[in-house]
Design a protein around this ligand. Structure first.
Ligand code: FAD
Ligand code: UDP
Length: 402
């Protein structure tokens, strides 16, 4: 191994692919990438389904970042389709009088998420919603948004009533479905991802750079990994070749001195020595319909009822045009990750206890010279794609400086 490669990268998602490219290109190193799945791209992987619709196999991925460095970096490997994600909540109507007639369908209604001044008018009626909107703006004159947990602290009775409405109709049931816990019980940074907007901006993200890779995510990864110094082996579980049990890195039974970038689960790397790290997993249910579109928006969140959290219709995201009227949607059902075969740990459950458990694995990794934990799984964090790209670039900055 040491004679053929200078470094080893485990996993071909964003963390692994960016690190591999950087070490190969900027560092001139010969890089071996081992990927357990039969494809590159990690959870951002996309492909055509049996009906020719471009789908995201592991959940809907929309690219957005405030980092020019990340955007410029990825733009080397893809062109972009202009796309700004918009999401609506779909929920049963609990106050029929105030819902405008054109928004009424089968006893349900919709409003933009993140909850904004238009959502307020849809929920409370135009006149009352508009009055309450003015009041909200006056209460937070210097802010463009406020988190639901912060809003719930407001002592004003009318603002408290808005907070209760939003909590009940946007957050509590969705969060229970997604995490099995209430918004108060989970990491506050999680609900803060979807604030209450003190404006009429109905975009899900407000970052300066937003879009979808024009040809899809998988070609982006293929381009990134297409370098003479990079060898990718698919369908290989690196843990069959990597051994860190003795506090040093061994590959194929021999000591390996080069950098090893590991982007899988930290607990699995160390044989679950301190017990498994808790995660949430998702079950995805795909459905295809013989029509151009199924719903009006890329994603519709079911914030009060239904067992699934949201429905995403890929054609809105990808802009794919097909001759035949056909479209594929995905429903997401969340549940506890058990580690059973085939399950994927999608979301780390961030809390002090789990962070402490993770810290024990991290300490073991830090004791293995040359081993680096990188990525959403390996760092046990709730990172978006852009955050991982930046983490990988910064780690490689450091390694290459050395
Ligand atoms: P991963 O993509 O998980 O890649 C890790 C890779 O390592 C995998 O391919 C895995 O097979 C491989 N691996 C693990 N162990 C081994 C082993 N032992 N041997 C070999 N290979 C191994 N981010 C956004 O910015 N926008 C979004 O809209 C968005 N939507 C999301 C929706 C869902 C449902 C989820 C779960 C995440 C979403 N994300 C989104 C986050 C995004 O998926 C992550 O930020 C990104 O995929 C993390 O990349 P990664 O390389 O760290 O991990
Ligand atoms: N959330 C919610 N209702 C919504 C949207 C989000 O309660 O309609 C909460 C929920 O706890 C969720 C979190 O906000 O897990 C973050 O939402 P986001 O859409 O960012 O989640 P992701 O796309 O990462 O699954």
């Amino acid at each position: 191994m040491e004679r053929t490669f200078d470094c080893l990268v485990i996993g071909a998602g964003y963390a692994g692919a960016v690190a591999a490219r950087e070490l190969a290109e900027r560092g001139g190193m010969r890089v071996l990438v081992l990927e357990r799945r039969d494809h590159v791209g990690g959870n951002a992987y996309d492909c055509l389904d049996g009906h020719g619709v471009l789908i995201h196999k592991y959940g809907p991925h929309i690219f957005h970042t405030g980092s020019k460095r990340v955007f410029d970096y990825l733009s080397r490997f893809t062109r972009w389709r202009r796309y700004q994600h918009r999401v609506i909540a779909n929920l049963p109507r609990d106050n029929p009088e105030v819902v405008p007639a054109h928004k009424k369908t089968d006893g349900r209604f919709c409003f933009p998420v993140p909850f904004n001044l238009d959502s307020l008018e849809a929920a409370f009626g135009k006149a009352e919603g508009s009055r309450l909107g003015e009041k909200l703006l006056a209460a937070y004159p210097a802010q463009s948004q406020v988190t639901i947990l912060e809003l719930r602290q407001n002592p004003d009775p009318e603002i408290a009533a808005i907070a209760e409405y939003v909590y009940e109709h946007v957050f509590v049931h969705y969060t229970m479905k997604q995490w099995g816990q209430t918004p108060e019980e989970i990491d506050p940074a999680t609900t803060a991802r979807v604030p209450v907007r003190l404006s009429r901006d109905d975009r899900y993200f407000q970052d300066a750079y937003q879009g979808m890779p024009l040809e899809g995510y998988t070609p982006l990864f293929q381009n990134m990994l297409d370098h003479p110094n990079i060898t990718v082996e698919l369908g290989v579980d690196a843990l069959t070749r990597l051994d860190v049990s003795g506090g040093a890195v061994r590959v194929d039974g021999a000591p390996f001195a080069g950098p090893v970038i590991y982007t899988g689960q930290a607990d699995e790397l160390f044989g679950f020595r301190f017990g498994p790290l808790p995660y949430r997993t998702l079950d995805f249910v795909f459905e295809t319909f013989d029509r151009q579109f199924y719903q009006t928006h890329g994603t519709v969140n079911y914030t009060v009822d239904e067992a699934y959290t949201r429905i995403t219709e890929f054609k809105h995201l990808t802009g794919q045009r097909l001759q035949d009227p056909v479209t594929t949607i995905m429903k997401e059902y969340s549940r506890a990750y058990t580690g059973a075969a085939g399950e994927i740990p999608y979301y780390a459950i961030i809390n002090p206890e789990n962070n402490a458990l993770y810290g024990r694995y991290r300490a073991l990794a830090e004791g293995c010279g040359g081993l680096h934990l990188l990525g959403r799984l390996a760092e046990y964090k709730y990172y978006n794609m852009d955050a991982i790209v930046l983490r990988a670039l910064e780690l490689c900055d450091l390694l290459l400086k050395k």
